[in-house]
Design a protein around this ligand. Structure first.
Ligand code: DGT
Ligand code: CA
Ligand code: CA
Ligand code: ZN
Length: 577
């Protein structure tokens, strides 16, 4: 039994949520949430550390009591503190928390006053009209809840965040790769296309067929075998994710990889093109009549239909075949094109590491710059900085640069300043003018109508000191819908005012999304790909942002933080004039 860090973090968050609903001590609730965050961001497995007898209480935010609980989870599979809560609080309450506008307080109210203990009971209560009678539940709130429930019904089966799917399948992939005789094991499907969420995982392998299938279905993370044949199987993991395995002979590997990478629409377009050229393309290979023309390597598929190689991230039938045909495929951005990160937090606001630790982490990535952008004063829960504290931090950043002068690395003094409800900024212009870089973000009033929300953001862009709009739509994948925005007008505003849009590489955000990135590129608006790091390890989240950017057809020239420092500096200064 090996419990993944993400599973542990999910348990801790569940406990925090239930305690919060009960109205438990806020510090206790926060402690569980912080610990969950620490564990989520760790590269090493808690299970492995416990097995090795390591001291977990040395980890940030994890004390002696909590480290005992973690040991309990990984060794026994039980978590008594949570079980005690779920014994008297129905777990369906956690589903209610997903609804925008329903925080723990209101969920607790629904439970205590109306005996609502899950989504079905909520629907009943809404139908009976009892919800509006609760204190603090106005017509608007009730309408939003109804909307959400309706949209949820139409949304179809749940999809899992890509990073979570990756973490949940790491051990399985490792086990398959370690089998004697295995030649290749490759995740295909939407995962290989770099999609932000996956419906299921598709794994393609070449090697010893019976051994691969057997290892797959017997793996310790598998909860249920859904199908099993000689060369294929499908399973459901304990965490709920479905995984499909296909074992193919080496001569079919390229054709199968192309087929199972998809997308389906792209496959059909390629196959149709083949038919016109008198060849048949399927998952087994490339054929003319009975003659086999190829199929061992993926590139052969494209060559057979007279096209250059098309990167997996582009294979959505969104014009990539026409672009390939006319030699206009983008030269997609790669991780090593980036020269720095333009959004990071420290312990001054809600980060977990000092300025120096963040700087060193960026240096270790060979970056040319890292912008420190702690929250502004309005974000009180995140200890946001007012002008006085920000000026002190600016001085600390200048001092750090002086102490490390002569190197090829700069810390940039920045701020993630809140955009207030009317589009004004949360810090005065004179202090913003002292900064190298300003990211302006919305952290409240997500529910404004599209007209007002768009105008609010454009007003922020008009401020001469604002360089980047942070996580522009505010969505949280699977948790919070994007704000209603007129993207066309927003991008026109960004273009006019020389403001870049952020692509937040936070796996829960990936905001802007792929289509919006492409739209920005086409409208001449630069993208800043930023990790919004809250810890040194978060700088590694950049790779997820790169995938989304590639899905948005972005090239190095479309991205702000591919610029060398002198060029970036000139650009940042120009905006303020
Ligand atoms: P997902 O799992 O919903 O995130 O999306 P995919 O793209 O991974 O879809 P999935 O797992 O159903 O199938 C994997 C790939 O197999 C898909 O991208 C393309 C290929 N495929 C599946 N069904 C068909 C089909 O009916 N026709 C063709 N041409 N390809 C298919
Ligand atoms: Ca799939
Ligand atoms: Ca599949
Ligand atoms: Zn941030």
């Amino acid at each position: 039994m090996s419990v993944h860090n993400l599973e542990i973090a999910a348990l801790l968050n569940q406990l925090a949520d239930l305690l919060d609903i009960e109205g438990d001590n806020v510090f206790r609730v926060r402690a569980y949430r912080n610990a969950a965050r620490t564990i989520e961001g760790m590269s090493r497995g808690i299970a492995e550390m416990v097995a090795g007898g390591e001291d977990l209480s040395a980890l940030p935010g994890i004390g002696a009591a909590l480290s005992k609980k973690l040991a309990e989870i990984v060794t026994t599979g039980h978590f008594h503190a949570l079980e005690r809560e779920t014994a008297h609080l129905p777990p369906g309450l956690l589903d209610l928390l997903q609804i925008p506008g329903l925080g723990p307080k209101r969920v607790g109210q629904l439970y205590r006053e109306l005996k609502v203990c899950g989504l079905p009971e909520l629907e009943t209560a809404l139908a009976e009209g009892t919800v509006t009678k609760l204190h603090g539940f106005g017509d608007k709130t009730v309408e939003r809840i109804r909307d959400w429930l309706q949209r949820r019904q139409q949304a179809g089966p749940a999809r899992l965040r890509r990073d979570i799917a990756a973490a949940l399948t790491t051990d399985l992939l490792r086990a398959l790769r370690a089998l004697p005789g295995t030649q290749s094991v490759t995740p295909a499907g939407s995962f290989r296309r770099g999609a932000e969420t996956v419906g299921d995982m598709d794994i393609l392998a070449t090697g010893d067929e019976p051994a691969l299938v057997k290892c797959f279905v017997n793996h310790e993370d598998v909860a249920e075998i859904l199908a099993q044949g000689d060369t294929r199987a499908a399973v459901r993991l304990r965490a709920g994710l479905q995984v499909d395995l296909r074992v193919v002979p080496p001569e079919s590997y390229g054709a199968a990889l192309h087929y199972f990478t998809g997308s389906k629409a792209h496959n059909i377009a390629i196959r149709t093109r083949g038919v016109k050229a008198g060849i048949k393309i399927n998952e087994y290979g490339i054929f003319r009549g009975d003659a086999r023309l190829g199929g061992a390597a993926e590139g052969e598929i494209f060559a057979a239909v007279g096209l250059p190689f098309i990167e997996p991230e582009l294979r959505e039938d969104r014009g990539e075949i026409a672009a390939a045909e006319t030699g206009r495929l983008p030269k997609l951005l790669a991780l090593n094109d980036l020269r720095g990160d333009l959004h990071a937090h420290t312990t001054e606001s809600d980060g977990t590491a000092s300025l120096d630790a963040m700087a060193r982490a960026a240096l270790a990535k060979n970056y040319a710059y890292l912008a420190i952008t702690d929250h502004s004063r309005r974000m009180t829960v995140a200890h946001g900085l007012d002008a006085i504290r920000l000026r002190r931090q600016i001085a600390a950043i200048r001092a750090w640069n002086e102490a490390h002068a002569g190197g090829a690395f700069q810390l940039l003094a920045g701020s993630e300043v809140d955009i207030l409800e009317d589009g004004a900024l949360d810090l005065p212009d004179d202090v913003l003018a002292e900064l190298d870089l300003v990211v302006a973000s919305i952290h409240d009033h997500f529910g404004l109508d599209g007209e007002r929300q768009t105008a609010r953001m454009i007003k922020a862009m008009e401020n001469p000191h604002v360089h980047i709009i942070g996580h522009p739509t505010g969505r949280l994948i699977g948790e919070r819908e994007p704000q209603v925005l007129d993207m066309e007008r927003l991008l026109a505003g960004a273009r006019l005012h020389g403001v870049a849009m952020e692509l937040s590489a936070q796996p829960s955000r990936l905001d802007l999304n792929d289509l919006q990135c492409r739209m920005a590129k086409e409208r001449g608006v630069a993208i800043a790909i930023s990790t919004d790091a809250h810890a040194p390890g978060d700088l590694a989240l950049m790779s997820g942002g790169i995938l989304q950017a590639r899905r948005g057809w972005l090239e190095a020239a479309d991205v702000l933080n591919t610029r060398p420092w002198p060029e970036l500096r000139a650009r940042l200064r120009r905006k303020a004039q």
